[in-house]
Design a protein around this ligand. Structure first.
Ligand SMILES: [Zn+2]
Length: 347
């Protein structure tokens, strides 16, 4: 991804008017407060050894079009056996010739026509010198999505209460290929996977509702990127989804005050501030099609960004654990899941 500062006055004006003018879509977020439910979503579901085992095979060189990238695709798919999985394979021209790219799309319930998309990129940047495993960029974000899918599986199967306004919602996970530029970030050398998928989905009818395109079936596009180091700090990037970002801030504060975070990372992960710079990333092609975006990316970028030190040893597993706990509560609030019911809890 690439950060830019809006020097251009016109762009500043656009930002100012969009901050004032865009109305927040009406979303009904349930707010889970019961202690048994919070404990279940946080401490009980948290299992760092299991998480490390699923993350290890992701923290490898996985440049688009290589065997390492293919192995990571297989690992991702193996974790989603209970989901409806599709692949989107295509060729595109890069500064090093034509390469093959594959996006992986996993939908929990493809019969539902409104999707909450959770996205990450699984490729790593090509480094001609040195082994670059891109742990925070974005092995950890993809690992968190796989873990969230597995941990919430039972609650997703049970779904929300009958007649809930969330009963037409489902989760859709996007594991995007080719986010990284092979050379320097340009419009044609970057975000290969998301550009291809957004273009395809702008024309393709949704399998659950042929009167909608697949793009229009997305209620919001939540992108995770650059997460996992101790200096991860995530501001709000879009006013149109401020309600969702604020729910994350509230969830973090609430869980911390009640002792449901690890207590080993001081935080906050979600700092409640508004970002004034812009960041080009996989959300852009979806944003340009009118999709609402929540961009969960550390800003400023972590100090290890695009350094060989963005590796396993520079990850802060307490921070990752806290992020995952907050994220599970957030997703449960969003989808009106029922962690308070005894159906899924073992204890
Ligand atoms: Zn990167």
């Amino acid at each position: 991804m690439k950060a830019f500062i809006p020097f251009d006055l016109l762009f500043l004006l656009c930002l100012a008017t969009s901050a004032l003018g865009i109305e927040n879509k009406k979303r009904s977020l349930r707010w889970i407060t019961k202690d048994a439910a919070l404990s279940y979503l946080t401490r009980d579901m948290s299992n760092l050894e299991e998480f490390k085992a699923l993350l290890r095979p992701l923290v490898v060189e996985r440049v688009s079009g290589t065997a390492g990238n293919k192995a990571v695709q297989e690992h991702i798919k193996s974790y989603l056996s209970n989901w409806h999985v599709e692949t989107d394979t295509f060729n595109d021209t890069t500064p090093y010739g034509v390469k093959e790219f594959t996006n992986i799309i996993a939908t929990f319930d493809p019969s539902k026509s409104t999707k909450i998309v959770l996205a990450c990129h699984f490729d790593s940047k090509y480094f001609p010198r040195g082994k670059f495993v891109a742990a925070s960029d974005s092995a950890v974000p993809c690992g968190v999505l796989l873990e969230t899918a597995r941990q919430l599986q039972c609650l997703l199967e049970k779904g929300p209460k009958e007649k809930s306004s969330a009963s037409d919602l489902t989760l859709q996970l996007l594991f995007l290929d080719g986010e990284e530029a092979f050379k320097d970030w340009t419009a044609t050398d970057s975000i290969y996977g998301s550009r291809h998928l957004a273009k395809r989905w702008a024309a393709e009818p949704d399998p659950a509702n042929s009167s909608l395109t697949r793009i229009k079936s997305i209620r919001e596009f939540i992108l995770l990127d650059l997460i996992g180091t101790s200096d991860t700090t995530i501001p709000q990037h879009f006013t149109s989804t401020s309600e969702l970002y604020e729910n994350l801030v509230k969830a973090e504060n609430y869980l911390r005050s009640k002792g449901y975070l690890t207590g080993k990372h001081l935080g906050p992960v979600f700092n409640g501030q508004k970002s004034w710079g812009g960041i080009e990333d996989d959300h852009m092609p979806f944003l340009n099609q009118g999709v609402d975006v929540v961009h969960l990316i550390s800003s400023p970028f972590p100090s290890v960004w695009h350094q060989l030190t963005d590796d396993w040893d520079h990850l802060d597993f307490n921070l990752i654990d806290d992020f995952s706990r907050i994220f599970r509560l957030f997703i449960s609030n969003l989808l009106h899941l029922q962690p308070e019911s005894r159906g899924c809890r073992k204890k």
